[in-house]
Design a protein around this ligand. Structure first.
Ligand SMILES: Cc1cc2nc3c(=O)[nH]c(=O)nc-3n(C[C@H](O)[C@H](O)[C@H](O)COP(=O)(O)OP(=O)(O)OC[C@H]3O[C@@H](n4cnc5c(N)ncnc54)[C@H](O)[C@@H]3O)c2cc1C
Length: 353
C-alpha cells in the first residue's frame, strides 16, 4: 500500500495510520447524505404556497429552477471552495430574463412582486452566492437607477444591465459606517462639468468587476446624500477583492477607494437626497436557525462543504448581517411600530436619514 507510517504522540509507530492516501469517495465515507453535486428536487410545499401562484409565476419559477439546478448546482461547491465567481454562467443567468425584476420598460422584465421574489427564492434555494449576485445587480443597482435616475440614465444603463451584458454594484457601506451608513463620509465635491468623489467603500458585492457602480456619497456643499453612477475603469477608482470570507464565497466583495474620481453631471442620480432602511430581521433569524439545525443533524459531516447544508450554514452568516444586521432591522421595525427610535436621536430618526 502507498503511504508511510506515522508516529503517535509518544513517538511510537502506529499500525494502520497512513498518510498520503487520497481522501475516501464521499459516497463511501458518508453514503446517507446527498452530496452537493446532486441537487435534491424541491419536494416539499408545507404551506401550499404553489396554490397562491399564478400560472405565469409558476412558469417563471420552473424556468429559473431548471437553469439554476442545471448550470449552477454542479459547479457551485468548486467555485465556492475557490472563492471565484463563475463568469461563464452569466449568459445562462441572462437567458432567464429576470434581471431588473419588477422594473417595467427599458428591456426589463416587469415581473410582479411575487414573481420577482419567487425567482430570487429559487436561486437562493440552490445557491445563495448566485442569488446575492443577482440581488446586488438587480434589486440594488438597477432598482436605484430605475427609481432615482433620469429618463436618459434609465435609457442609457438599464437595457444592458437587464441583459446582463453589463453588471452593476451598489456602494453604500464604508469601513466605519455599516449599520450607521447614513453618516457615511465619502464626499462628492462639485467640479466643472461634474463631481469629484473621494472616500472609501467596503463589502461592495460585484465591485471587483462591475461595469456600473451606483455610489452613495455626501454632497460636500449641502451635506445631503447623493447618488452617482461611476463607470468601470474611471481614473482614481480602485476595487480590491476581500479575501478569506467564510460564506457567500462566490460573491466578489470589494474594498473600493475613490481618489478624485470624476463623475460627469449627467451621471448624478437626481432622485437621491436621503435613503430609507428596510426590514428583514425575522426571515434571516429563522433561516439561520434552520441551517444551523440542518448542520447539526449531519454531525461531523455537517461541516463539510461537500454537503449542501454546510454551505448553506456558512452562507447564512453574511446574509444575517448584510442589508442591515438583525439588530438594526429589529430596531428599525420597532421604530416603525412605535414611532420611537431607540438607536438614534429622535430628530435624526424623524428625518429618516
Ligand atoms: C457578504 C456581504 C455583502 C455585502 N454587500 C454589500 C453591498 O453590495 N453594498 C453595500 O453597500 N454593503 C454591503 N455589505 C455591507 C453590509 O450591509 C454591512 O456589513 C452591514 O450593514 C453591517 O455593517 P457592519 O459590517 O459595519 O457592522 P456594524 O454596523 O459595525 O455592526 C456590528 C454589530 O453591532 C450592532 N450594532 C451596530 N449599531 C447598533 C446600534 N445602534 N444598536 C444596536 N446594535 C448595533 C450590529 O447589529 C452588529 O451586530 C455587505 C456585507 C457582507 C458581509
Amino acid at each position: 500500500m502507498a503511504g508511510k507510517r506515522v508516529t503517535g504522540g509518544d513517538g511510537r509507530e502506529e499500525d494502520g495510520a497512513m498518510v498520503g492516501l487520497p481522501s475516501l469517495d464521499l459516497s463511501l465515507a458518508f453514503p446517507q447524505a446527498t452530496p452537493a453535486s446532486i441537487f435534491p428536487p424541491s419536494a416539499s410545499d408545507y404551506y401550499q404556497f404553489d396554490d397562491l401562484l399564478t400560472s405565469e409565476e409558476r412558469s417563471i419559477r420552473e424556468k429559473v429552477r431548471g437553469i439554476v439546478e442545471k448550470e449552477i448546482a454542479p459547479i457551485m461547491a468548486a467555485y465556492w471552495e475557490k472563492a471565484e465567481f463563475p463568469f461563464h454562467a452569466i449568459p445562462k443567468l441572462a437567458s432567464l430574463s429576470v434581471a431588473g425584476g419588477t422594473i417595467k420598460g427599458y428591456g426589463c422584465p416587469g415581473l410582479s412582486i411575487t414573481a420577482s421574489a419567487v425567482t430570487m427564492a429559487e436561486m437562493a434555494r440552490v445557491d445563495a452566492s448566485c442569488s446575492t449576485f443577482i440581488l446586488v445587480h438587480s434589486s440594488l443597482a438597477m432598482v436605484t437607477i430605475a427609481l432615482c435616475g433620469s429618463e436618459a440614465q434609465k435609457q442609457k444603463y438599464l437595457p444592458s444591465l437587464a441583459q446582463l451584458t453589463t453588471v452593476g454594484c451598489w456602494a453604500l457601506t464604508e469601513p466605519n459606517y455599516g449599520s450607521d451608513a447614513s453618516s457615511l463620509r465619502t464626499t462628492a465635491t462639485k467640479a466643472p462639468g461634474g463631481w469629484h468623489i473621494d472616500g472609501q467603500k467596503r463589502w461592495i458585492g460585484n465591485s471587483t468587476f462591475a461595469d456600473v457602480l451606483v455610489v452613495l456619497a455626501r454632497n460636500a456643499d449641502t451635506q445631503q446624500l447623493n447618488g452617482f453612477i461611476v463607470r468601470k475603469g474611471a481614473p482614481g477608482l480602485k476595487a480590491t477583492k476581500i479575501e478569506n470570507k467564510i460564506g457567500l464565497r462566490m460573491v466578489q466583495n470589494g474594498d473600493i477607494v475613490f481618489n478624485m474620481v470624476f463623475v460627469p453631471e449627467e451621471d448624478r442620480l437626481p432622485g437621491i437626497t436621503s435613503f430609507q432602511d428596510i426590514s428583514k430581521a425575522w426571515n434571516s433569524r429563522m433561516a439561520r436557525e434552520v441551517v444551523s439545525l440542518g448542520r447539526e443533524l449531519l454531525g461531523g459531516n455537517g461541516i463539510l462543504a461537500d454537503f449542501l447544508v454546510a454551505k448553506a450554514f456558512c452562507d447564512l452568516e453574511p446574509i444575517y448581517s448584510y442589508e442591515g444586521t438583525y439588530d438594526i432591522n429589529s430596531l428599525v421595525t420597532g421604530r416603525e411600530i412605535t414611532g420611537i427610535a431607540s438607536f438614534k436621536p429622535a430628530a435624526l430618526a424623524k428625518a429618516r436619514l
